[in-house]
Design a protein around this ligand. Structure first.
Ligand code: SF4
Length: 661
């Protein structure tokens, strides 16, 4: 047995250090946790602990497939590449769509293929389906998403976890939370239903506060107003570090009285005073926000309000959202946008891919690291669009995803031990190179190798035909050499997890370089100079229930929906409904029910769940489409309308009706 250091490739802020175990013949056996990784400390979640069942399992794609009539049949790489050349070779760039996302968080696997797409002049998307809205809200106020070192969170005497079900989405935060709770610190969890994190923290003596969906900004601004009133606002921090403090103070004065905040949020007035008192008393308060929690119409405003609260309290440098900017790596460099014939073009909105395809736009599409048929809103439209007769669809993936089923050509991808890449995190500060340690079990090719082959068959430039992981990695590291100390660089090359030192930064990354509590750019875009509470309009859907898609503990986005054991653990796709709501509608547990709105319909099994508030229905993960009569998943019900900043996905701004199926 040999162990090789690597990083979990999944789209998860923990980016755990793993050890790839190979047998004496050099074959991949399984993943273990790497105890030398400072954040994950040797532990993996249950999903990735059985990653080998995907990499070595029967559902792994082994050879290329090409469409013959209604069937996808096995072929050679040569035949598949010929079909691609026939299908897209004569198309103009503007007729081609490049669709990629975070199927592997390897920077080269994710961004490297864009070199070929840019050379072809393909259109691409703005990638706005996850954290864009939160990120824009954060950027407006606090600038670059560097954040504090989350490994230091245990110093907190008060931790507020805001919109983050860490037990499901950032599991390695939880031991630190427990340490805070058990050493006398206070932990408060704010969310819109009783999450696993909230229940766990309550068990440790902490407290959960459940808000009405989309009302976070009212609470945050109400707490700001109380902080100014009770003298806990950090006036010297506001003077030294911020612009717009007086404007914010004037705007919120009298606007967010406790009674109003209570009505907006559904909290008791006493709870609001209690939280305000905790924040006033704490000497080392931290706030940990979620990442995708603001995928809603008013999401950027919610983030602006929480960031503004952190500044008013003088704890902005102890608010953690993401850490991606800590690394200072230019991922655009990997995709070479300058190769595009029109480098200044506007990408299309990622959330609107379904609408674009249904309108007949594009005649060829390349998909890698992405399952748009499931993860994009209005997925009924997306599927119809991808299935268009006049659209030539190429999909590169590990397994037969819902998107691959619609393809003209399916190309088999490599699993983690079979490609070289470099992984950063968006939660912690560790960077790591992961080297190829196994040959693929069949004809699978890495993302870069695949796109090099496509470049060769389409007659593109020689450097694209020879795209090579080791070479690109060397060039990428060279490009960023000044980011690393000698010691860091040496350890990176050895494949060790390396926690990068903080870079010296000029200002915070806002236009003024300071924290901006009043923003000119927001005023120009019509959003308001300072944060305010704007009610979530649910994309104008009139349904009786808020639809709340939540993360699954058993699967990961749509990554494991072709893995028997992951699906078995996830169980029957269910909709979770408060028992009082179910009773009022005459519905009982295990009954088949229909969720419907203007966007679509989904039929699932009902589960009564007291942790789901009244007026909300909750889904977990992306249910297996084969187990759902409509053959679609959660996003059959979500709209492609955009959020208040960042043109982001409004996944949580959806309402549905519920009826017996
Ligand atoms: S999915 Fe997240 S928690 Fe699980 S092993 Fe990967 S990085 Fe770690």
């Amino acid at each position: 047995m040999t162990l090789h250091p690597s990083t979990c490739p999944l789209d998860c802020p923990d980016a755990c250090g793993v050890l790839l175990e190979t047998d004496p013949a050099g074959r991949f056996v399984r993943l273990r946790g790497n105890p030398d990784h400072s954040w994950s400390q040797g532990h993996l979640c249950g999903k990735t602990a059985i990653y080998h069942e995907v990499a070595l399992g029967p559902n792994r794609l082994r050879v290329p497939l090409v469409r013959k009539g209604r069937e996808l049949v096995e072929s050679t790489w040569d035949e598949a590449l010929d079909r691609i050349a026939d299908g897209v070779g004569s198309l103009d760039g503007e007729e081609l769509l490049a669709l990629s996302y975070a199927g592997s968080m390897g920077l080269m696997a994710r961004h490297g293929p864009m070199r070929v797409m840019n050379a072809l002049g393909a259109q691409t998307t703005n990638g706005s389906i996850c954290d864009t809205t939160s990120a824009e809200g954060y950027r407006v106020v606090l600038g670059d998403a560097v954040g504090p070192d989350l490994e230091c969170v245990t110093e907190a005497d008060l931790l507020v976890i805001w919109g983050c079900d860490a037990r499901r989405t950032m599991q390695h935060l939880m031991p630190r939370v427990k340490e805070i709770a058990q050493s006398g610190g206070q932990v408060v969890v704010i969310d819109v239903y009783r999450t696993d994190t909230m229940r766990t923290v309550e068990g440790w003596g902490g407290r959960g506060l459940i808000l009405k969906p989309g009302s976070d900004a009212s609470l945050a601004l109400g707490l700001c107003e109380l902080a100014f009133q009770n003298g806990s606002a950090d006036i010297s921090f506001l003077k030294e570090q911020c612009t717009g403090a007086a404007e914010l103070r004037a705007e919120i004065a009298g606007a967010y009285p406790v009674q109003r905040v209570a009505a907006d949020t559904g909290l008791e007035p006493g709870d609001i005073h209690w939280l305000s008192g905790l924040l006033a008393k704490a000497s080392r308060a931290w706030i940990k926000t979620g990442i995708g929690w603001n995928r809603r119409r008013n999401g950027a405003m919610s983030m602006r309000a929480v960031c503004s609260l952190s500044a008013v309290l003088g704890i902005a440098d102890r608010l953690h959202f993401e850490s991606g900017d800590h690394f200072g790596l230019d991922t655009d460099w990997l995709g070479q946008p300058e190769r595009h014939e029109n480098p200044g073009r506007q990408p299309i909105r990622h959330v609107e891919v379904g609408r674009q395809l249904q309108a007949g736009n594009f005649r060829g599409a390349f998909v890698w690291g992405h399952n748009p048929a499931v993860v994009l809103p209005e997925s009924g439209r997306v599927c119809e669009g991808l299935a268009r007769e006049d659209l030539f669809l190429v999909v590169h993936d590990l397994v037969m995803t819902d998107t691959a089923r619609l393809a003209d050509v399916v190309l088999p991808a490599t699993a983690l031990p079979e490609y070289t890449d470099i992984f950063k995190s968006y939660g912690h500060r560790v960077l790591q190179i992961s080297r190829k340690v196994c040959t693929p079990p069949a004809q699978q090719r890495s993302n870069l190798r695949t796109f090099a082959c496509i470049a060769q068959r389409l007659g593109l430039d020689a450097d694209l035909r020879e795209l090579d992981e080791e070479q690109l990695l060397t060039e990428f590291l060279e490009q960023h050499r000044s980011r690393f100390t000698d010691g860091e660089f040496e350890r990176l090359l050895l494949g060790q997890p390396v926690k990068l030192q903080l870079q010296k930064r000029e200002g915070r990354g806002t236009p003024s370089g300071r924290i901006e509590l009043a923003s000119d750019s927001c005023a120009e875009s019509g959003q308001g100079r300072v944060a305010s509470y704007v009610r979530d309009d649910a994309c104008q859907q009139p349904g009786r229930f808020w639809l709340h898609p939540t993360p699954s503990i058993a699967t990961h986005n749509s990554t494991f929906t072709r893995s028997e054991r992951h699906l078995h653990r996830a169980g029957t796709p269910r909709v979770f409904v408060n028992p009082a709501d179910a009773q009022e509608l005459g519905l009982v547990a295990s009954q088949s029910v229909r969720l419907s709105n203007d966007v679509g319909t989904l039929t699932l099994e009902l589960a009564a769940c007291a942790d789901t508030p009244r007026g909300m229905v909750r889904l977990e993960g992306f249910p297996d489409t084969d187990a759902i009569p409509e053959g679609l998943s959660t996003n059959a019900l979500t709209s492609a309308d955009i959020s208040d900043l960042g043109e982001g996905f409004c996944q949580f701004s959806a309402r549905v009706d519920l009826s017996p199926a």
